[in-house]
Design a protein around this ligand. Structure first.
Ligand code: NI
Length: 140
């Protein structure tokens, strides 16, 4: 029997949306307030969905302690209260929440071994959420 497990996390980070290959005016036009030179912060809500066979002995897809341990160590501790623009993951990538989805998905996909990673979902604000499930597609 296959089941899905979604766990919710939170971290705060700042970013500035800016494409260095474009002019000041182009950046301002495309990104608007998000191009403000001083950046701005978000309280990101991250949802991680994993799936797998429900183990006969435990009745679980995976142990929440394993998922929490991995996410807290590899994601929350690294990203919380950071400026995303200065992180190595975004040295050549604009830190939109679409791209943040892929960065976080890739970290989990590379390192989390206790269940199959289905997708990550970010709430950036009350009005926006973004999802990434691998395969190069982001759904708004
Ligand atoms: Ni923003």
């Amino acid at each position: 029997m296959k089941a899905f497990l979604t766990r919710r996390y939170m971290f705060s980070a700042s970013h500035r949306l800016q494409n260095d290959g474009m002019t000041v005016e182009e950046n301002r036009e495309i990104y608007g307030k998000c191009n403000n030179p001083h950046g701005h912060g978000h309280n990101y809500k991250l949802e991680v969905t994993v799936s797998g066979q429900v183990a006969q002995d435990t009745g679980m897809v995976c142990n929440l302690a394993d998922l929490d341990g991995f996410v807290n160590r590899e994601i929350i501790e690294r990203f919380d209260l950071q400026n995303l623009n200065y992180m190595t993951e975004f040295s050549h990538t604009i830190p939109t929440t679409e791209n943040l989805c892929k960065v976080i998905f890739d970290i989990l996909h590379r390192g989390f071994r206790h269940a199959h990673l289905e997708k990550v979902r970010f709430e950036e604000t009350m009005m926006n959420s973004f999802e990434y499930a691998g395969g190069g597609e982001v759904r708004h």
